[in-house]
Design a binder for this molecule. Structure first.
Ligand code: KG4
Ligand code: ZN
Length: 333
């Protein structure tokens, strides 16, 4: 089955062609990061306007790279949320139009569920039951996956997402957009140069709580208060990264200890973070005991390949004749 995926939930315009949920035939992403760099963060209106410009060229490129004609497609998968409404509309309305024109069914995909399927692309499929941790710019959630389409929410952040914490702290430290990856580079360099410095300046909230919830908003305030003391930016970056990663690792460890899953899945933009990847690999060191899945770096941040993969494994198509008023194509928050 060949599925065209479309993803436009935020600042990336993405289209991909994926065979049988695993084999990537093309994966094209156009980012509007250079526009957001000028404003120091994403202004939704700007992101939506760039989506409008990029969507058709990205779709063309994706089909060309995959060397297939639209006739060969079995379905169109599209992100229906959560995300920025203006951005989502571009992808969903384009998918509907193509579905109607090409007479192909649409498969709506939740963006966060989609992120988890980066672990099914170009690699050995994870076994169920799995524990998945999605750490993105807008969400930080832990779920139990008993099978495809059988997800149970176990916990998550009560306020800011981990990615948001990275981005906002980067802003406080005058680190240019995109903050998360830049802060992470500075932090890794500091750790390399100062291996003996104990990085415990900032709080690790909710580590002792009995549930699997987290909180990252206080970390911003802690950084803001400390930055008044004018310590060096590199040290702050390393301290903040350490605090975020320690909380994430500690929570996933306690979930794994309780549920004893067959696999552990990391997903979402923050899973591109080197330090998080290293710490997680250390934490689940014995590969015979558990199976840890971390997507390739290029599949961690937003792309349409995982949307197509999620659609394959959760195949609930909406026929092209029904797309105009089908409730399954309502954009979700
Ligand atoms: O999943 P994603 O691409 O978009 C959303 O669905 O939100 O995640 C974007 C988030 C941003 O907050 C970004 O700063 C963060 O992922 N991110 C990172 C790294 N790469 C991306 N955070 C820390 N270290 C990184 N290397
Ligand atoms: Zn995302």
């Amino acid at each position: 089955m060949i599925i065209l995926g479309i993803e436009t939930s935020c600042d990336e315009t993405a289209a991909a062609v994926v065979e049988n949920g695993q084999k990537i035939l093309s994966n094209v992403v156009a980012s509007s990061a250079e526009i957001h760099a000028k404003t120091g963060g994403i202004i939704p209106e700007n992101a939506a306007r760039k989506q409008i410009k990029s969507i058709i060229p990205v779709l063309h490129k994706s089909l060309n790279k995959a060397k297939i004609k639209y006739q060969a497609l079995d379905a169109i998968a599209v992100t229906i949320g959560p995300g920025l409404i203006g951005s989502l509309l571009v992808g969903v309305e384009t998918a509907k139009t193509l579905s109607y024109l090409w007479e192909k069914p649409i498969v709506p995909v939740n963006h966060l569920v989609g992120h988890l399927y980066a672990n099914w692309l170009e690699s050995k499929p994870p076994k169920f039951p799995a524990i998945g941790m999605v750490v993105s710019g807008g969400h930080t959630d832990i779920v139990l996956m008993k099978g495809h389409g059988k997800l149970e929410y176990l916990g998550g952040t009560r306020d800011d997402a981990a990615g948001e914490a990275f981005d906002k702290i980067a802003r406080l430290l005058d680190i240019p957009y995109p903050g998360g990856p830049q802060l992470s580079k500075i932090a890794d360099e500091y750790r390399k140069q100062n291996p003996n410095v104990k990085l415990n300046m900032f709080p690790r909230p909710m580590l002792d709580s009995k549930d699997f919830d987290m909180s990252f908003s206080g970390l911003k305030t802690a950084v803001l208060n400390k930055t008044k003391k004018k310590l060096d930016k590199e040290r702050f970056a390393a301290e903040a990264q350490e605090a975020i990663v320690e909380v994430l690792i500690s929570k996933i460890m306690s979930v794994v200890n309780k549920y004893r899953p067959a696999s552990i899945l990391l997903a979402g933009g923050v899973s591109a973070n080197n330090f998080l990847r290293e710490c997680l690999a250390d934490a689940f060191e014995n590969p015979r005991l558990r199976s840890l899945h971390i997507p390739d770096i290029h599949l961690c941040t937003d792309n349409a390949a995982y949307i197509a993969s999620a659609a394959y494994y959760n195949y609930k198509p909406i026929a092209w004749q029904n797309i105009i008023s089908h409730p399954g194509l309502k954009i979700t928050d």
